[in-house]
Design a protein around this ligand. Structure first.
Ligand SMILES: [Zn+2]
Length: 495
């Protein structure tokens, strides 16, 4: 009998030990901030099976303990607008606090191939839109290469060279083919319909509405780079935003307007008041911006069709090649614009004063529009934390975190229920967590050195796996998982 009691006691003791060590990872003693509940207090986080399973002031034990005293523990940042999906870009995003980076502005030319190639090879979570630009190029017989070009092997082309496929109106049959193609891409797992209307100026108002109808039919949003910028009518930024808000209204589609800072430029505040007005009338319209005065795009795209100087209010000298810092002249511009080889160009078209107004506006979430060549790829998020929170005091730390995690997660919820488990530091949420030093975090990427990683992110947890550990990337882990839209689940069930 005594033996039995002893054995039972031992069993209980062992069970208690196992119970006490139940977390895979514990983040201990950090300032935990959750923008949804407003929690801002010292807490311990217990992570198990890729989820946040405990947020507590009790001591937790786990197989790995990360000491976060003096550090901020926040939901992993979510970038809805990231073109560079290669490992070099993902690496600098990780140092910038990003755990999810999605190509939703334009989308890739082949969704199935994109998802297949990233499976098991991604540092952070990924996903894409179905591309109207690519569908149009395909229908016009000039398909974009998903295997990349000679100068950019392995990186899918997303923007076509200016020509008939971008500039000519489509026939009703061609529009129907585009719609079919977009539906197939949504079946393959796209999260939304992505439109770069300025890159396809031949698209009529009706073509745009017809693409919104595809999104409405599948209950996914449209993400759009709007048709035009500047103040010259017809074709002003105000006309462009009226077009997409109108298309959202008549089709019932959720609308996300990308980089309102760069499209609306000096009319950004007016554009934001139109977004506010649309929302007040019950429309689901959201928007984003990046904290830099220059944009970047392909110099042979339709964005630089004749008339661009008057439209953007800039000239050749404000176009700069990212690799060399060369300011363009008319001769050099003509050479590069007419080339079939794609070159990126930085476009200096905004003022710091306007960028500051946009970034601090309560409706604006942060998204990077990142790709190699522009410092926004590596520095967007820590730049907001260092410049707007710490130096200018223009945003509270909680508001900045909200703009970079919860707000984009809520937009993502329009495409997938997975969005509800992201952007929150709560029990049951995905264990996508950034641990950073709010006193020192800063961007280091510049226009001269655009891939310099940010400093200040001490730990980054992606789906429960530590990717940045004591400020260094952990080699040979690929915890990034796909985020896919409702089409893929539905088509899987039908088969
Ligand atoms: Zn864009």
């Amino acid at each position: 009998m005594r033996n039995l009691v002893f054995s039972l006691g031992l069993l209980l003791f062992t069970a208690t030990l196992v119970h006490a060590q139940r977390y895979d990872l514990v983040i201990e003693g950090g300032r935990v901030m959750d923008p949804e509940t407003g929690l801002d207090a010292v807490r311990n986080i217990g992570v198990r099976d890729g989820k946040i399973s405990r947020v507590s002031s009790e001591v937790l034990s786990g197989r790995r303990i990360v000491h976060a005293d003096g550090l901020v523990v926040a939901p992993g940042l979510i970038d809805l607008h990231q073109h560079g999906q290669d490992l070099d870009s993902q690496r600098v995003k990780a140092f910038d606090g990003v755990t999810t980076a999605l190509e939703l502005e334009i989308g890739v030319p082949d969704v199935a191939r994109f998802l297949r190639e990233k499976e098991g090879h991604s540092l952070i979570h990924y996903g894409t839109a179905a591309s109207h630009v690519a569908a149009r190029a395909l229908v016009f017989g000039a398909p974009l290469s998903s295997g990349g070009s000679k100068t950019r092997p392995g990186i899918p082309e997303i923007l076509p060279k200016s020509g008939p496929a971008t500039d000519q109106p489509a026939t009703p049959e061609q529009i129907e083919s585009m719609r079919q193609h977009l539906r197939a891409e949504l079946d393959a797992g796209a999260l939304a319909v992505g439109m770069g209307i300025q890159y396809t100026p031949g698209a009529t108002r009706l073509e745009v509405i017809d693409m919104f109808r595809v999104a409405a039919g599948r209950n996914v949003p449209v993400y759009t780079h709007m048709r035009s910028t500047g103040r010259i009518e017809p074709g002003s930024a105000i006309e462009a935003i009226s077009e997409v808000i109108g298309a959202a209204a008549v089709t019932g589609t959720s609308l996300h307007i990308v980089h309102i800072n760069s499209t609306c430029a000096r009319d950004s505040v007016e554009c934001l008041s139109l977004v506010e007005g649309a929302r007040a009338r019950g429309l689901d319209v959201t928007t984003e911006a990046y904290p830099y005065i220059a944009g970047m795009t392909s110099i042979n795209s339709a964005l630089f069709n004749p008339g661009w100087q008057a439209k953007f209010g800039i000239t050749y000298d404000q176009l700069v090649l990212p690799d060399t810092g060369e300011h363009l002249t008319k001769e050099r511009f003509d050479q590069l614009h007419n080339s079939s080889v794609t070159h990126s160009v930085l476009v200096f078209s905004n003022t710091q004063e306007m960028v500051d107004k946009v970034i601090t506006h309560p409706l604006v979430m942060i998204a990077s529009d990142g790709a190699e060549g522009h410092p926004r790829n590596a520095g967007t998020y820590s730049r907001v934390l260092s410049q707007y929170v710490r130096e200018k005091g223009a945003l509270t730390l909680m508001d900045a975190i909200r703009k970079m995690s919860l707000m984009p997660a809520q937009v993502l919820e329009r495409s997938t229920a997975d969005g509800r488990r992201k952007g929150r530091l709560q029990e049951g949420a995905d264990a996508d967590i950034v641990v950073f030093d709010a006193a020192t975090i800063r961007d280091r990427a510049t226009f001269e050195k655009p891939m310099e990683p940010s400093t200040g992110v001490r730990y980054l947890v992606v789906g429960g796996t530590v990717l940045v550990d004591e400020g260094k990337i952990v080699p040979d882990v690929f915890p990034g998982r796909p985020l896919v839209g409702p089409g893929k689940d539905a088509s899987a069930k039908a088969h």
